[in-house]
Design a protein around this ligand. Structure first.
Ligand SMILES: [Zn+2]
Length: 236
């Protein structure tokens, strides 16, 4: 199965400055994880389809190219004598880095100098070793959930009284909003349908509904304001 290749370093130099293209398919289209390396000295190294290491100098080459087929692509080089050699196969997900790799090789072929871009430093999680997403210093898999919650509560603490109060008021206001349907059901069942209610009863219940609505609304506004104030205080 997939074996980790050690990049073959050109024996002539001690340079470590290189550009690596990681490809993911072998000659039989089976998944692998291998790499093609272009060294600062203008030397390409990798493994041929049978697994033998190769070493090609850019000065022998005319061009490096990508040829995309259906579902897979190849990176190949054309020698100055027009011979062609496939260096590796890969899936479409490697298409872009393969193009970048060719660009660097071709630049070297044309100008005689290799421009190796600086490697992006990928930070890894110190705990699990997974690469960290760009711009993040915390690993999704390893962050301490309890610590994050504790920190959130700590931050909310100065506002807890106000937030608690506003929650209670808002809950009460929600209850008041629920009251009118109950009252109206009571009104219909007890007074209107049997036609037993007096006008005074009906007016009283209708007034109660209106009062519940108004009080609920007032409490809602009041509670929201407290909540907003507390959250503004929290955010600043
Ligand atoms: Zn981690």
């Amino acid at each position: 199965m997939a074996s980790q290749t050690q990049a073959v370093r050109p024996t002539s130099t001690q340079s470590t400055n290189c550009y690596t293209f990681e490809y993911d398919l072998n000659n039989d289209m089976k998944p692998v994880k291998k790499e093609l390396v272009f060294w600062e000295e203008g030397i390409l190294t990798g493994e041929d389809p049978v697994g033998n290491p190769f070493r090609i100098e850019a000065s022998q080459l005319k061009e490096a190219n990508v040829l995309a087929g259906v579902g897979c692509a190849v990176l190949y080089v054309t020698y100055k004598d027009e011979n062609e050699q496939i260096l590796c196969r890969f899936s479409m997900s490697c298409l872009k880095p393969a193009g970048e790799f060719c660009k660097i090789v071709n630049y070297c072929i044309q100008t005689g100098t290799a421009q190796i871009p600086k490697k992006k430093e990928q930070l890894a999680c110190p705990q699990c070793g997974r690469p960290l997403p760009e711009g993040l210093e915390v690993c999704f898999f390893c962050y301490n959930r309890k610590a994050v919650l504790a920190r959130a509560f700590e931050l909310l603490k100065p506002f807890s009284a106000k937030l608690g109060l506003s929650e209670i008021i808002l809950a009460f206001s929600s209850l008041l909003f629920l009251a009118p349907p109950f009252i109206s059901r009571f009104l219909i069942d007890q007074y209107l349908k049997p036609r037993t209610g007096t006008w005074a009863d009906i007016v009283f219940l209708a007034g109660a509904m209106l009062a519940a609505r108004i009080l609920g609304g007032v409490l809602y506004i009041f509670g929201s304001r407290i909540f907003n104030k507390a959250s503004v205080g929290f955010a600043t």
